[in-house]
Design a protein around this ligand. Structure first.
Ligand code: FAD
Length: 432
């Protein structure tokens, strides 16, 4: 049974909209905002964004520092080595599922310098464009809870190997025009005096920032409702098409129709595009986080204010309003959202070494599925077999960072305007 929330509405005529969006995670809500801003009558359908979306428990880092696509030279070798270690940050569950095998094949094909050279300017421009939009949005009334703080980000190193890795990234970032600082131990502690461990230095990415992801999602939801967007809670079970046109969408016992459909269903997007004739190369990539409450919430204060990525152990530490969040791991293991403590345990152990013993009582571990494309770039564009169906998904580790610009590109494409950023690298059919 679908349950409508927000604007009250009768069935019949009012079940027709300009745009239906499937998925109310950060990407779907960003599309809802930009489309409603352009005057469209929008409905968002979601079966439970605060329970299962990747947009709540993630690390909340806004990362211009992440201009190198995940598919890069050396990743496969590193992945194979990690496969032998049950506590490693990467896990690939062997599978003969043809969609998975095709995804892995496409991924390894993109682990080249040529792809990295192609991806860097694309990611740099869209990430910086998205960050500028996020700054604008978070300055609007009602966005205080999003917790955007322009702190910058520290990429920490301890070992010589991690130092080298960070310096290589710093070279790439500098060549791409990002604002960075190479810091020794003293310089790092000046930026974040609460750091506790034997780090040897860091690279500081001045343009990075942090948000409270659930706070941002709630602020976006309230904002789009104010813009007149309708939100319907329920799972989309069926889509009806007529030739190259989507005709209607079934959610619970309601049938909704619209001029355009945007599929922004995160890791679950392929299940929906398949019914419309497109096998999208997208795999769920599981990650974990745990949030330790601050002292006034019954936990412990670490005193940290700066988001940190730890290159040695591949974990992230994000101070947030009301606590501190540790996250990490990437598991290619299908849609299994269970928590494997063997993989998550090390994250918390390592993180505590950097910011002090934060563990007061066991906190629940959150698991989320990143929607991962094989080349590390999102899918933003029209579904090839359809005239009025659009995809906004596949953002992998960058969904919060890239959500605003994704919404902007989708609104421009649907409105027939030339997007400020060339959407060609994000074409849905680029692997065909
Ligand atoms: C551990 C971890 C840390 C991360 N850290 C960061 C970070 O620091 N910075 C960053 O930028 N990104 C980060 N990410 C990535 C980011 O969280 C995702 O890329 C982003 O949340 C994806 O958003 P989305 O809206 O596409 O998908 P989701 O948030 O997953 O939303 C998809 C929605 O679609 C709905 N849905 C699916 N199928 C249906 C259906 N049939 N009917 C109705 N509704 C449906 C679901 O209920 C869900 O709410 C992290 C991810 C993880 C797992």
């Amino acid at each position: 049974m679908s349950k409508e929330t927000g604007v009250s509405m009768k069935t019949g005529m009012s079940d027709r909209y300009d745009i239906i969006i499937i998925g109310g995670g950060i990407v779907g809500l960003s599309c809802a905002k930009t489309l409603a801003d352009s005057g469209a009558r929008v409905v968002v359908l979601d079966r439970g964004r605060y329970q299962e979306s990747a947009s709540t428990g993630n690390a909340g880092m806004i990362v211009p520092s992440h201009i190198v696509p995940l598919a890069a030279p050396g990743v496969i070798a590193k992945g194979l080595k990690w496969l032998l270690n049950p506590e490693s940050p990467l896990y690939i569950k062997p599978s003969t599922d043809p969609a998975f095998v095709k995804w892995l094949w496409a991924f390894q094909k993109h682990c080249t310098q040529a792809h990295v050279d192609h991806g860097i300017p694309v990611l740099r421009d869209t990430i910086l464009g998205s960050k500028a939009l996020l700054d604008e949005w978070c300055a609007l009334p009602g966005f205080e809870g999003a917790g955007l703080v322009n702190t910058g980000l520290l990429m920490l190193h301890k070992s010589e190997k991690a130092r080298k890795e960070n310096q290589e990234l710093a070279d790439v970032a500098e060549a791409a025009g990002l604002e960075i600082e190479r810091l020794d131990r003293a310089g790092t502690l000046e930026k974040e005096p609460a750091l506790k461990t034997d780090i040897t230095g860091s690279v500081y990415f001045r343009q990075d920032a942090r948000v409270d992801p659930e706070g941002l999602l709630r602020a976006m939801e309230a904002h789009v409702r104010e813009l007149g967007v309708t939100i319907v809670e329920g799972a989309v079970t069926k889509m009806q098409k007529n030739g190259r046109s989507m005709v209607s969408v079934q959610v619970g016992d309601r049938t909704l129709s619209s001029d355009h459909l945007v599929i922004a269903a995160g890791a679950w997007t392929p299940g929906l595009t398949k019914g419309l004739g497109t096998k999208l190369l997208l795999q769920p990539a599981k990650g974990y986080s745990v949030t330790i409450p601050s002292a006034d919430n019954g936990g412990i204060d670490t005193g940290m204010h700066m988001p940190c990525l730890v290159t040695d152990e591949k974990i992230s530490i994000t101070p947030m309003p009301g606590g501190i969040r540790f996250s990490g791991t990437l598991g290619l293991q299908g849609y299994d959202m269970s928590v494997d403590e063997r993989r998550f345990g090390p994250i918390q152990r390592h993180a505590e070494r950097y910011c002090g013993k934060a563990h007061v009582s066991p906190q629940p571990t959150w698991a989320g599925l990143r929607p991962a494309s094989p080349d590390g770039l999102p899918f933003i564009g029209r579904l090839p077999q359809m005239d009025n169906v659009w995809v906004a998904s596949g953002h992998g580790m960058l969904g919060v960072t890239l959500a605003p610009i994704t919404g902007q590109i989708i609104a421009d494409l649907i409105g027939g305007n030339k997007p400020a950023f060339d959407p060609a690298p994000f074409r849905v059919d680029r692997f065909d």
